[in-house]
Design a protein around this ligand. Structure first.
Ligand code: CP
Length: 344
């Protein structure tokens, strides 16, 4: 992906709505699945966070017996570094056998459907599937056709639930260290500002669905082309502030997003203007949010949404997020297979 061009221009009109929520909540699904972060109760989130901490601190030799001989397939139709690697390392840490199927090196390239790919993986012995797919809702389809636990590793513009959970673990470590249980008040008084390409961000949506349930105020910031006004209607506790400096000044957590150049076709965006108005620089951070932790789901495009100085700076928690990804995904993989009744 190249983002160092000065502008991205094509013929599509600027969209004025975020993709609709997937209306699949009522569909039966395997209890070990994680399709949407909205499916989790606060008690379940508490349990996942507790298991992440317990597994992270467990003796690696003991941990490696937990899912011995279990089989997990990673089915990735889009590229990924953090999510794929951390799910794979998480599953392997628990002793599971993993196999990676990517769209570029499998029969998907020959036209095999998601349904047939899922059924084939099940026939090969996969007991859970971790899916990243460019189409919103694909994990629900895979869940229906296979009946297996499915972990949504990012579906289109829709959701990235494990990212929201690792973001939550990062936020709690910064602002509420030692908190034992998640309640509707856990993040009361906290404003999390998410800035950048909200329109294309499944990370933003999952955080918007999760954080207000814990009492946080989610403040969205960005230009109308990347942040349509309707975004504030996704749920309660979400507001829009277009002035980045003002948004920073009221933030306890600053979350920056990459401009998803691969999904921008048709949007008009002047990148020099974008940098001027929305880039997180060291000067801006020092002036308006000198103590707020800075998060970013990655991949980071240094020099665009934030400067290298900020990415490497004292307030950056970007690599903590990556580390938290392994712990959270260990808990999710364990939950996926434990709840199927095949492990103790
Ligand atoms: N945060 C995230 O989803 O990164 P990857 O695309 O590298 O998995």
């Amino acid at each position: 992906m190249t983002v160092d061009r000065q502008s991205v221009r094509a013929s599509r009109t600027v969209p004025n709505s975020l993709p609709a929520s997937i209306p699949f909540a009522a569909m039966p699904q395997h209890p070990g699945s994680l399709l949407s972060v909205a499916d989790l109760t606060l008690d379940q989130i508490t349990h996942i966070l507790a298991r992440a901490s317990a597994l992270e601190s467990e003796d690696p030799l003991a941990r490696a017996h937990r899912l011995a001989k279990r089989r997990i397939a990673l089915l990735f139709y889009e590229s990924s570094t953090r999510t794929r690697t951390s799910f794979e390392l998480a599953a392997k840490s628990l002793g599971a056998d993993t196999t990676l199927v990517s769209s570029l090196s499998s029969s998907i390239e020959k036209g095999e459907s998601l349904k047939d790919t899922g059924l084939t993986l099940r026939a090969l012995g996969a007991q859970a599937i971790i899916l990243r797919h460019p189409s919103s809702g694909a994990p629900w389809l895979l869940s229906q056709v296979t009946g297996l636990p499915i972990l949504n590793a990012g579906d289109g513009l829709h959701e990235h639930p494990s990212q929201a959970l690792l973001d939550l673990r990062t936020i709690l470590a910064c602002l509420r260290p030692g908190v034992a249980s998640i309640t509707a008040d856990t993040l009361t008084g906290v404003t999390v500002t998410i800035t950048g390409d909200i329109l294309h961000s499944r990370v933003a949506r999952s955080n918007m669905l999760l954080l207000p349930r814990l009492g946080a105020r989610v403040q969205l910031c960005g230009p109308p082309a990347l942040l349509p006004a309707i975004a504030a209607e996704i749920g309660p506790g979400i507001i829009i502030e277009r002035d980045f400096d003002r948004a920073l000044a009221s933030s306890q957590i600053v979350m920056m997003l990459r401009i998803q150049a691969e999904r921008l076709a048709g949007l008009q965006l002047d990148l020099d203007e974008y940098r001027r108005d929305f880039q997180l620089s060291a000067q801006r951070l020092a002036a308006y949010a000198p103590t707020a932790p800075v998060l970013h789901p990655g991949p980071v495009i240094r020099g665009l949404e934030l400067t290298a100085e900020v990415a490497d700076g004292a307030q950056s928690r970007i690599l903590d997020q990556v580390r938290n990804g392994v712990a959270i995904r260990m808990a999710l993989v364990e939950r996926a297979l434990d709840s199927s009744g095949v492990t103790q």
